[in-house]
Design a protein around this ligand. Structure first.
Ligand code: MLC
Ligand code: AMP
Length: 509
C-alpha cells in the first residue's frame, strides 16, 4: 500500500504518524473480535480515504465532525481522517440519550454527525449538517461514502493552536462544556507520554478503553500511534478476553475497575508474567489495589493523573518508585502547583490545596464559553483543575479530594447538578441531593436523596424509572433514599458530606 507520509505541515497528524513512517508493513491493529490484523500502511491509507469522504460530505477545515458510535476501526479512521482534513473531532459517549445528544449537537453545530444506524432517525431530527451511519461491524452509509472516495490525501496545514478535538465534559452547572484541544496540546502529550513510559515499536498494547474519552483516545491510541506500536483493539473491557491476550501483549492501560475486576480472576499471575507495563488513571487507584496487584503479579501499576481539559499532567516514574496512592511527578515541560483555593497563594510541601497546571498540554478554553473559561484560569496562565492535593518534598503529587462536586464512577465523570435538576422536575418532589458513595466495582456510585411532598407519593423506583430514558445509564442513581428533609448547615447549604457518611455502605452491602 503506497501511502503518503509527508504530514510535516500538520502537528497532530505528524505526531500520530511519527512511529510508523517507513514501516507500512508493521502491525498497527489487531482487531481480535473480527479476526483481522491491519498494518500501518493500511490504516493510514484508510485514514486518507476517510478524509476524502469527509470533505465530499462538506467538511471544511475548522468544522466539527461528531461521532457517537460503537468502538471500531472505522471510528478510529474517522478520527484520523478528521485530523488530516483539518477539522475538529468531537466524540461522544455511546451511553448518552437523545436528550443529552440534543445539547451536544446544538452546541457544536457539527458539519457531519456519524452515528449508529439505530440512532440515525434521532440524529437527523437534531442535526443541520450531514449524517452518516456506522454499526459496530463497520457497515452503514459511512462505508458507502468511503467506498466512493478517492485514495490519498495531503494533510491540511494547521497551526499549533488550531483546534484538533472538542471533548465534552460535564459541568457544575449541569450543562456539558466542550473542552477545546489543539494540535499542539495533543501532539505534545502523545510525544511526552510515549517517551516517559518507554513505548517502542516492539510494544503491543491491550486497548480495551472506549475511544470517546481522553484515556482511550489521547493516551492509549495517540501514544501507540506516536510510538509505532501495535494495539490489540477490543470493542470493550472483558477480563477473560484480556487474560487470554496478555501472553502476546506487553502493556495495558485502564481505569481502576479494570484492575479490581482482573484481580478477582484466576490465572492472572501466569497471564501477566511477560507484560512490561500496566498504567492506571481517570479515577483514584486505591493504595490497597496497587499493593494487591503487586502481590498477585509482581508488577507495580504505574498511576498517572489527567483530565479532559489537559490530557495528562503527572505520572509515576517508569524507573524509580511508583508510590501507591500518589499520581507521581509533573510530566516534562508541565508545571504543577498547589494553591490556597481562596487566595490563590502557592502552598508549601505537603500542604493541601487546589491543584493547578500550566503547560503545552493545557486546553485553550471551553467552546463558546469565554466567561467560564476565564473563571478557571489564573492570570499567569495556570488552569484550576478543581482537584485537591499535595506535593511532597520529593515532588510526588497526591490527590486527596475534589473541590468540584464531582462523582467518578468506573472512570466516568458525573456531575450531581444535572441529575438533581431532572429529579426536582418530577411531580411530587420538593428537592433532591445527588452524591457519590463507595461502590465495590466502580469505585464510586451515584445515590440520590429525595424529599417528597406532604402526600409522600414519591417512590424511589418511580424516580429511577422516570430517569431511565433521560440519562446515560452510568449516571442513573444506583440507590434512591426518600427523606423528610436534607441535612443543612447553619448557612442553609446542603451537607453532602453528611449524606455521604450516612449512606456510605448503601451500595456495598
Ligand atoms: C457501566 N455501568 C456503569 C458504569 N459502566 N455504572 C456506573 N459507572 C460506570 N462506569 C452500568 C451499566 O450500564 C450496567 O447497568 C451496569 O452498570 C453494569 O454494567 P457492566 O456490564 O458491569 O459494565 P461494563 O460494560 O463492564 O463497563 C464497566 C467499565 C466501563 C468500567 C468497563 O464503565 C468503562 O469502560 N469505563 C472506562 C471509562 C473511561 O474510559 N474513562 C476515561 C475518562 S477520561 P444495568 O442497569 O444495565 O445493569 C479521563 C481523563 C483521564 O477521565 O485522566 O483519563
Ligand atoms: P475527566 O473530566 O473525565 O477528564 O476527569 C478528570 C478527573 O478525573 C480529574 O480532574 C480527577 O478528578 C480525576 N482523575 C484522573 N486521574 C486520576 C487519578 N489517577 N487519581 C485520582 N483522580 C483522577
Amino acid at each position: 500500500m503506497n501511502t503518503r507520509s509527508d504530514y510535516a505541515a500538520n502537528h497532530l497528524a505528524r505526531a500520530l504518524r511519527a512511529g510508523s513512517v517507513g514501516r507500512d508493513d508493521a502491525l498497527c491493529l489487531d482487531l481480535h473480535d473480527r479476526g483481522v490484523t491491519l498494518d500501518f500502511g493500511t490504516v493510514f491509507a484508510m485514514a486518507e480515504r476517510y478524509a476524502n469522504a469527509l470533505v465530499a460530505q462538506g467538511v471544511a477545515p475548522g468544522d466539527r465532525v461528531m461521532v457517537q458510535a460503537e468502538k471500531s476501526v472505522e471510528v478510529l479512521a474517522v478520527y484520523l481522517g478528521t485530523v488530516l482534513a483539518g477539522a475538529a473531532f468531537v466524540p461522544l459517549n455511546t451511553a448518552y440519550t437523545a436528550r443529552e445528544l440534543e445539547h451536544f449537537i446544538t452546541d457544536a453545530e457539527p458539519a457531519l454527525v456519524v452515528c449508529d444506524p439505530a440512532g440515525e432517525e434521532t440524529v437527523r431530527g437534531l442535526a443541520t449538517g450531514a449524517v452518516l451511519t456506522v454499526a459496530a461491524d463497520g457497515t452503514g452509509t459511512l462505508a458507502e461514502a468511503v467506498a466512493r472516495a478517492a485514495e490519498g490525501f495531503d494533510a491540511v496545514p494547521r497551526a499549533a493552536d488550531d483546534l484538533a478535538c472538542i471533548l465534552y465534559t460535564s459541568g457544575t452547572t449541569g450543562r456539558s462544556k466542550g473542552a477545546m484541544l489543539t494540535h499542539a496540546n495533543l501532539a505534545s502529550n502523545a510525544e511526552t507520554l510515549s517517551d516517559y513510559w518507554r513505548f517502542t515499536r516492539d510494544d503491543v498494547l491491550i486497548h480495551a478503553l472506549p475511544i470517546f474519552h481522553a484515556h482511550g483516545l489521547f493516551v492509549a491510541a495517540n501514544v501507540s500511534l506516536n510510538a509505532g506500536n501495535a494495539m490489540i483493539f477490543l470493542p470493550k473491557f472483558d477480563p477473560d478476553t484480556i487474560l487470554s491476550l496478555m501472553p502476546r501483549a506487553t502493556s495495558m492501560m485502564g481505569v481502576p475497575t479494570f484492575y479490581t475486576r482482573l484481580l478477582a480472576r484466576p490465572g492472572l499471575k501466569e497471564a501477566s508474567a511477560a507484560m512490561r507495563l500496566f498504567v492506571s488513571g481517570s479515577a483514584p487507584l486505591l493504595a490497597e489495589t496497587h499493593r494487591a496487584w503487586t502481590a498477585a503479579t509482581g508488577h507495580n501499576i504505574l498511576e498517572r493523573y489527567g483530565m479532559t481539559e489537559t490530557a495528562m499532567n503527572t505520572s509515576n516514574p517508569y524507573d524509580g518508585e511508583r508510590r501507591p496512592g500518589t499520581v507521581g511527578f509533573a510530566l516534562p515541560d508541565i508545571e504543577i502547583r498547589v494553591t490556597d483555593p481562596e487566595t490563590g497563594a502557592a502552598l508549601g510541601a505537603d500542604e493541601i490545596g487546589g491543584i493547578e497546571v500550566r503547560g503545552p498540554n493545557v486546553f485553550t478554553g471551553y467552546w463558546r464559553m469565554p466567561e467560564k473559561t476565564a473563571e478557571e484560569f489564573r492570570a499567569d496562565g495556570f488552569f484550576i483543575t478543581g482537584d485537591l492535593g499535595t506535593i511532597s518534598e520529593d515532588g510526588y503529587v497526591t490527590i486527596v479530594g475534589r473541590s468540584k462536586d464531582l462523582i467518578i464512577s468506573g472512570g466516568y465523570n458525573i456531575y450531581p447538578k444535572e441529575i438533581e435538576g431532572l429529579i426536582d422536575d418530577l411531580p411530587g418532589v420538593i428537592e433532591s441531593a445527588v452524591f457519590g458513595v463507595p461502590h465495590p466495582d466502580f469505585g464510586e456510585g451515584v445515590v440520590a436523596a429525595v424529599v417528597s411532598g406532604p402526600d409522600g407519593s414519591v417512590q424511589g423506583e418511580a424516580i429511577r424509572a422516570a430517569l431511565s430514558d433521560q440519562l446515560a445509564k452510568f449516571k442513573q442513581p444506583k440507590a434512591v433514599v426518600i427523606l423528610d428533609d436534607l441535612p443543612r448547615n447553619t448557612m442553609g447549604k446542603v451537607q453532602k458530606n453528611v449524606l455521604r457518611e450516612t449512606y456510605a455502605d448503601i451500595l456495598s452491602g
